[in-house]
Design a protein around this ligand. Structure first.
Ligand code: SF4
Length: 335
């Protein structure tokens, strides 16, 4: 849970006259979102209920620390379902969602599948399916190759959905019928970049229909807002998160664009390139939606060894979002 706005000193006992002062501004909200909490819970509850092994298709969330800790508890991560032997062991689909072909294959193979897709990603899948049923060609705004995009593209038959990333891609679009178009977006994009792409879509195809603004989720939006508030106040920003985490990458870009001279994405404290932070007096710190708070604390600890750290939380909004577990595991949660 994100701590309330306030300030405190870290490492006072370690303070020496040689330690320079450092103000660390903690962005709030930061770190785990409701979809990630739910996905990790799904794996842990499945392990508790069915015992190991529990198979997980792809990284359950994009964070190596989380994946490694689940592996130690008995989760087995696979790239595809054909790596899973026949049997009763559950297979869990990751928070990013899967193409329709994946649950279909699981059914064919009589595997026991549990879907940990974030409900906000499922909502985008449903939007795409409804547009398709209504005869609209769907434009998907997102980053090619990201698992969420692979999953959303895979909700519709080939040719029914087209991926765009930039306004330049929009200019090159050649849809079957400009009067029957709809758009959906990836949930973890830059709010500002996506606004530009949607404006380009609406300018070129005035009849296009889509969500009121975009499908970027509350967690992505809130974490970007907090970084925008902090970035102009500091000499450097650190985003704790994995390089393959889309929302973490976007946080680093948002910090840079908000005028912060040094913005770095780091998976762990051990990855800090200290030469990047020489001479700083004020540091902004946040974490992507799949990064656990323990890794933020690790980074604070690393700075506290070198600086007299004063922590201040900059809070932009309170989050109270919670998603219930998939029905296969709800009894376990109640227990
Ligand atoms: S970042 Fe957003 S869409 Fe992704 S898991 Fe979290 S809440 Fe769901």
């Amino acid at each position: 849970m994100t701590p309330p706005t306030g300030s405190r000193h870290i490492g006072r006992a370690m303070t020496t006259p040689n330690k320079p002062p450092l103000d660390v501004f903690l962005c709030a909200p930061r770190g785990f979102c409701a979809g990630v909490v739910r996905a990790i819970d799904v794996v842990e509850k499945a392990l508790a209920r069915y015992g190991p092994p529990v198979y997980v298709r792809h990284e359950i969330v994009h964070n190596k620390y989380v994946v490694e800790s689940l592996k130690r508890k008995g989760a087995v991560f696979v790239d595809e379902l054909d790596e899973i032997p026949a049997g009763d062991a559950p297979v869990i689909f990751s928070a990013h969602g899967v193409p329709k072909s994946v649950p279909a294959t699981a059914t064919d193979r009589e595997l026991f599948a549990i879907d940990a897709t974030c409900p906000l990603v499922t909502k985008v899948h449903r939007e795409a399916q409804i547009h398709h049923k209504r005869g609209r060609h769907v434009i998907l705004v997102g980053h090619e190759g990201h698992p969420e995009i692979v999953g959303t593209l895979g909700q519709l038959p080939p040719g029914a959905i087209t991926l765009v990333e930039t306004p330049e891609d929009v200019a090159r679009l050649d849809p079957p019928d400009a009067e029957k178009l709809a758009f959906v977006t990836q949930t973890t994009l830059s709010v500002d970049d996506t606004r530009e792409v949607i404006e380009a879509l609406k300018a070129r195809f005035p009849a296009i229909v889509g969500p009121h603004t975009q499908d970027i989720c509350y967690a992505t939006t809130n974490r970007q807002e907090a970084v925008k508030r902090v970035a102009p106040l500091v000499d450097a920003v650190i985003v704790v998160g994995s390089p393959n985490s889309s929302n973490s990458q976007r946080l680093r870009e948002v910090a840079e664009r908000a005028g912060c001279p040094v913005a770095r994405l780091i998976p762990r404290a051990g990855d800090i390139a200290w030469s990047d932070f020489e001479g700083i007096r004020r540091l902004g710190l946040t974490a992507g939606a799949s990064a656990p708070e323990i890794l933020v604390e690790e980074v604070i600890g690393a700075f506290a060894e070198r600086y007299d750290v004063r922590l201040e939380t900059v809070s932009t909004i309170d989050e109270n979002v919670f998603f219930p577990l998939p029905r296969e595991l709800r009894g376990e949660a109640a227990a």
